[in-house]
Structures are given as C-alpha cells and as structure tokens.
Design a protein around this ligand. Structure first.
Ligand code: PMV
Length: 361
C-alpha cells in the first residue's frame, strides 16, 4: 500500500550519453530489450532539467491528468509521448492516475541543434517517477541504491535513456565478460574503466540541424528481417569484448578503431536495411575524412563516432584540447569554429537532484 503526500514536487537533472558500442535492434516482442549489449560515455553539459509536481485532481475525464511545459510552453507531441508511457506504467504505479501532474522541462542544448534529447529527457522522467514512488511509500530515495530500478523505467521509455543514469561509463545488455550485466538496466563499470573514460572530451560538430527523416524507432524496427542482423549482433558482442580490454589496458588506438567501426557499421546497417536509407550527409563524410587525415599526419588520438544522424562526435583525450582547436580552425570549413555549430562536452558524473521548487517557466 502507498499513501502519497497530497502535493509535492521532485526535480532532476539528467545527462545525455553517447554510445560507443551501438544499440541498434531490439529483441522481438519484448518491451525495449536490446538485441545486443551497448556501452556509452555519460555526458556532462548536454542535459535535461525536469520538475514533476503533483496535486489534487481537477477532473476525471482521462485516466491520467497531465500538463507538460517544455521551455515554458505547452508541448503537445512530447506530452503525448509521456502520457502514453505513464498509461503503460499505471498498473505498477497506480498513483499516476490519482493526482494532477504538471511537468516542466528544459534542455541545456538548443532545441534545433539536431541533437537527440530522448536519453536525457526520459532518464530525467524515470528519476522523477521513481523518486515520487518512494515518497508515496514513505521511503527515502537514494540513486546509488536504486539506480537499477530507475534505469529499468528509463529503458522502457526510450532504450538508450537507461544508460544516462550511470556515471561516466555505462554498460547495458547481457554479456559473458561482465557477470552482472543485464538486458533490463545499465550498470556502472569498475574504477579502471571510469578512469579511462574520464579523460575523454566529446566535441559535437553540428553538420545538419534538420529533424531526421527516419526515427530511431523506425531504424530499430528495420533490424527485424535485416539480412545482416545475426552477424551484427555477434559483431557487437565481440566489439564490446575488445573495447573493454582496450579500456582496461589504456590502449587508445584499439579503443578508437572499435569506436569508429561501430559508428560506420550503424550507418552501413541503415544503408542495407530491407528499406534502405541514409542519414549521413556529404559534409559528414568530409568531417570524417578530415579527422582521419589529421590523425594520420599529426599522430593525434582523435576519433569520431556518430549517432543515428549526420552530426559528428569528435572524441579525444582532454590533454589534446589545444591541438584539437587548431584542427577545427585549420582543417574544417570556418563555420565550425562558430559556437552555434558545435557543442563541447565531456564525460560526466550522471544525474543529480534539483531544488524541489517548480520554476515559473
Ligand atoms: O534509444 P533509442 O531508441 O533512441 O536508440 C538509440 C540508438 C543509437 O543512438 C543510434 C545508439 C545508442 O546505443 O544510443
């Protein structure tokens, strides 16, 4: 049994993450379980702030009474996505139907940057919901203790969001090399791996800001019946073994080789799916070529990865910051030097709670 305080507010800041081993394809007929394990760096500057406020219901027209404001304005599409998710959660979180809920949320990165926000937003939502649940049970919520439960809820909202709960480096999906790894939630890795991760910077070069023509959900669905699906899932497992060893050994070259292979494989899978499509732009290839040429000629540990979109994540150890900016200024078209065309990020410490006061906007 539970008994929620008659009204209250919870707030969380939760970061985005960038996958190095990519989650691409789900287990058929399961609620967002991955077809292969994935590994990501948790970011720091790209995050969502979210506050959830509950109070007495004003009407009973819908099973859930929800208002949502994104950056101060009602956001219907986003509200519908969260509403549908809450409906699915209702049997296990019945209090969702007993209060009027208001969510206010905003992102640290510009809405129109072409950067996906579902990982940060859905992990922030999961944190708010699980903390609220604990309050209703009169228990205190501790993220370190309850991260598996939060990650599990985040996963069901948006697969990769489950990794954002974990500081520095997150592993999601069962794998024989890591006994406690699970398909249901992401887990942290031991200190050696976190130390390796912490040195990395991620400079996101914004090649194209327009919304994607094919969503990630459609992309995952196209892995069903994909001619290379089985081979891909085996490859991802092998890549993960090699990457984990490289991280443990501090072998940056092997790490970079696997990271780039994963990025190109993701896009190759799109290009040869049953309905082929391409999200890369000519400028994406230009930036990738520039990174690889500069790496070769200057002998610098700089690598790229890609999300399901055309923007390039340039990864490098923090000690090479100055050389990287010389690269941006010299080897890329001059507009990439403008702050509207990049987001400078780094590996971060995961989510943290916000002051439980609802902002006005
Ligand atoms: O979590 P989703 O459904 O948005 O899928 C994420 C897919 C990739 O970003 C391409 C890879 C990943 O593991 O994050």
């Amino acid at each position: 049994m539970y008994s929620c305080p008659p009204e209250g507010v919870v707030g969380w800041r939760s970061p985005s993450n960038i996958a190095l081993i990519k989650y691409w394809g789900k287990q058929p007929q399961r609620e967002q379980l991955p077809a292969n394990p994935s590994l990501s760096f948790t970011l720091h500057h790209a995050y969502t702030d979210m506050w959830l406020y509950w109070t007495r219901r004003t009407h009973r027209d819908d099973p859930i009474e929800l208002q949502l404001y994104f950056e101060g304005r009602p956001a219907d599409d986003f509200r519908k996505r969260i509403y549908d998710f809450m409906l699915r959660l209702l049997p296990e979180m019945p209090f969702l139907g007993e209060y009027a809920i208001t969510i206010r949320t905003r992102n640290s990165f510009p809405h129109s940057a072409g950067i996906a926000s579902s990982a940060s937003a859905m992990s922030a939502l999961a944190l708010c919901l699980v903390e609220w649940k604990y309050r209703c049970h009169g228990l205190s919520f501790d993220l370190h203790q309850h991260y598996r439960e939060v990650s599990d809820i985040a996963r069901r909202a948006s697969g990769s969001a489950c990794r954002s709960i974990v500081p520095q480096v997150a592993l999601w999906g069962a794998h024989p090399d890591v006994e406690e790894a699970s398909d249901s939630y992401a887990i942290p890795l031991p200190k050696t791996y976190r130390d390796f991760a912490e040195q990395w910077r991620d400079l996101i070069l914004i090649v194209d800001k327009s919304p994607k023509s094919i969503s990630s959900s459609q992309g995952h669905a196209l892995m069903e019946g994909h001619p290379y699906a089985t081979t891909r899932y085996q490859q991802a497992k092998k890549h993960l073994s090699v990457l984990l060893k490289a991280m443990k050994d501090g072998d940056i070259e092997t790490f970079g080789r696997i990271v780039e292979a994963e990025a190109l494989t993701l896009h190759a899978l799109m290009m040869c799916s049953p309905t082929p499509y391409m999200l890369l732009k000519p400028q994406t290839i230009d930036v990738i070529n520039a990174i690889q040429n500069w790496r070769r000629t200057r002998d610098l540990p700089m690598y790229f990865t890609l999300d399901a979109g055309p923007n390039v994540h340039l990864l490098y150890p923090q000690t090479y910051e100055a050389e990287i900016w010389t690269f941006i200024a010299t080897a890329l078209p001059s507009f990439y030097y403008h702050p509207s065309r990049y987001l400078a990020d780094e590996v971060g410490n995961g989510p943290h709670p916000l002051e439980p006061t609802m902002p006005d906007s």
